[in-house]
Ligand binder design. Structure first.
Ligand code: RIB
Length: 294
């Protein structure tokens, strides 16, 4: 890695999150009245880039949005968080929209209409990842573009992190260019389980288990466990993204993986205690405060 390389580039989605708070998901054919709702910035990519910036790393976001008002909101969010936005505006597709049901107890269900996210090209992705220390991607944008970005970044000497969300078998084919794979238990199962991931060549797999904490799996080494911070969640939307963004930021700052995972858990816990997928409450200071409680 050259000395001039620094910070995090996130390749991924940017969505307008339309959130409704409900006690339970609606049944087929049912209209359910929610308690409250709102429009929030979202998208796994945008959330992760914002978290990386808010936890102290220079952060770049590479994505595609529409030529609409939602894109203006997302652009403002990135600017306010100090993220360098490499945003292409599509003339043919609207900004992605996520319909988020925020359920009691902090859980959620999300449906995404990809819109302009689906237009992120191989060229957009590869051009966007030059000269950074860490490249972070998810699977809400075209998978060929994600694969190309990770391949180019790794060839260039960057550390690569893939959050395989939503899960797709294509992630298996990317493992040779992924340094750290982040999956939750559902995604891990959808990809065939930990044994399959390791047999397929995964170098390091971070398995996030919500309140049960995080397990780091590396072939031939004992599982390393990081306990979760005990919290009362308000809205877990974006908590996993905060985890990934903070993890990438810490790795870009040269923090060893085991310690980076502790910071990442703290970031996820902070975001889960606020409404929406991003929050200005996430900062190096709020992470340090939570770490001090250990
Ligand atoms: O991970 C949470 C995010 O998933 C939401 O912000 C939504 O936009 C979807 O991308």
């Amino acid at each position: 890695m050259s000395d001039s390389r620094s910070g995090v580039a996130v390749v991924g989605s940017a969505n307008l999150d339309l959130v409704v708070e409900v006690s339970r998901p609606p049944r087929i054919g049912e209209t359910l009245l929610g308690r409250a709702g709102g429009r929030f910035p979202g998208g796994k990519g945008l959330n992760q880039a914002v978290a990386a910036a808010r936890t102290g790393a220079p952060s770049r976001f590479v994505g595609v949005v529409g030529e609409d008002e939602a894109a203006d909101l997302l652009e403002r969010t990135l600017a306010e968080a100090g993220v360098v936005a490499v945003l292409r505006r599509s003339a043919v597709a609207p900004t992605g929209v996520a319909h988020v049901l925020a359920l009691e107890g902090g859980d959620n269900s999300i449906v995404v209409a990809a819109g302009a996210n689906g237009e992120l090209s191989v060229q957009d992705a590869v051009d966007g990842v030059a000269d950074v220390a860490v490249v972070l991607a998810q699977l809400e944008v075209p998978r060929a573009s994600v694969a190309a970005a990770l391949r180019a970044a790794r060839a260039d000497g960057a550390v690569t992190v893939l959050n395989a969300a939503p899960a797709h078998a294509a992630a298996i084919g990317m493992l040779d260019v992924v340094d750290v794979l982040v999956v939750n238990e559902t995604e891990c199962a959808e990809l065939g389980g930990m044994a399959r991931l390791q047999a397929a060549g995964a170098r390091a797999v971070v398995l996030t288990r919500g309140a049960a904490g995080v397990d780091l799996h590396r072939s031939g080494r004992p599982v390393h466990r990081v306990e979760a911070f005990p919290i009362d969640p308000v809205d877990t939307t974006g908590a996993g993204d905060a985890f990934c963004g903070a993890l990438a930021a810490a790795l870009a700052q040269g923090v060893p993986l085991e310690e980076a995972l502790v910071r990442a858990c703290a970031a996820g816990a902070i975001v889960a205690q606020h409404r929406g997928a991003t929050t200005p409450a996430l900062s190096p200071a709020s992470i340090a405060e939570l770490l001090a409680t250990r």
